[in-house]
Design a protein around this ligand. Sequence first.
Ligand code: TYM
Length: 334
Amino acid sequence: KTRVFSGIQPSGGLTLGNYLGALKRFSEAQDQGIETVYCIVDLHAITVWQDPATLRHATRELAAGFIAAGVDPARSILFNQSQVSAHAELAWIFNCVARMGWLNRMTQFKDKAGKNRENASVGLFAYPNLMAADIMAYHATHVPVGEDQKQHLELARDIAIKFNNDFGVNFFPVVEPMIEGPATRVMSLRDGTKKMSKSDPSDQSRINLTDDADAIAQKIRKAKTDAEPLPTTLEGLEGRPEARNLVNIFAALSDSTPAGVLEEFAGQGFGTFKPVLADLAVARLGPINAEMTRLLQDPAEIDRILGQGAERADAIARPIIEQAYDIVGLIRSR
Ligand code: TYM
């Protein structure tokens, strides 16, 4: 049985990278009629300190972002992680399955912890185990994510395989990452070799889903490019990371392909391409921004939606976690 699971952290706002790499694809999976479970991973967010009021707001804002981007809480399950205890419970079991050596290799931990590893939280180190638990608590088979999550998903596969081996069962499915489409790695608008990220100090490097039309157009107009016109073939984008990035963004926003975009714009300079891209981005993101603002006017309604989603999520995860406890040999008698 196909079941899609994915999550986004409520830390900082949503970027165009989150939208094209994740959110937009979440609603597409839902619209294909697949069972879809989407989680606002607040327990992951607190692996680095969050101001409590800011975290609450970011959680609601992210929920509004999901819905505005087309995730329908009636057709998908949408909830925040901490309301379903199976995540934390299974994460503990996986803390005992995963090896220190595996986690030591995680590049995201190295990046996030920086030079001062001694001072990073234990939660930040164990982060990928919780992510594996998110997926496995639902026996999810497919996980749509951007390229940057690939290593974490490989770890989740390793955990599933080791659990099954350790206990001689075939209980956790080995998940398939879905890293697909033209925008699996949206790059910074200032440096085509760096990922677009909510933590980049320069706001010019990213488009936020909360940016207004003027800000979006201005950031695209000022995006770093080269002086060459757009090439006729994809090979012509070799060694031109900024040009490639804008072509990929155009393709994703217009539901086309990079080759299709080049067919339309080959030989044209960025003076022509950028204004068309800016109009496209404003047309696509403007309505999402407006809908987010509207939804956020009623935070109680958002909380109600998350609570209902959590109940539905719990109904799937609870029996799975109970079986996992039994497989491990933990007595359940109350
Ligand atoms: P997070 O919150 O950093 O990002 C959410 C999703 O957005 C994608 N993404 C991008 N895609 C393309 N280009 C970019 N520049 C870009 N930046 C971010 C991410 O790949 C991700 O799909 N650990 C995860 C959250 C998580 C999760 C899970 C995901 C927790 N449990 C279980 C899947 C399944 C994270 O920090 O994503």
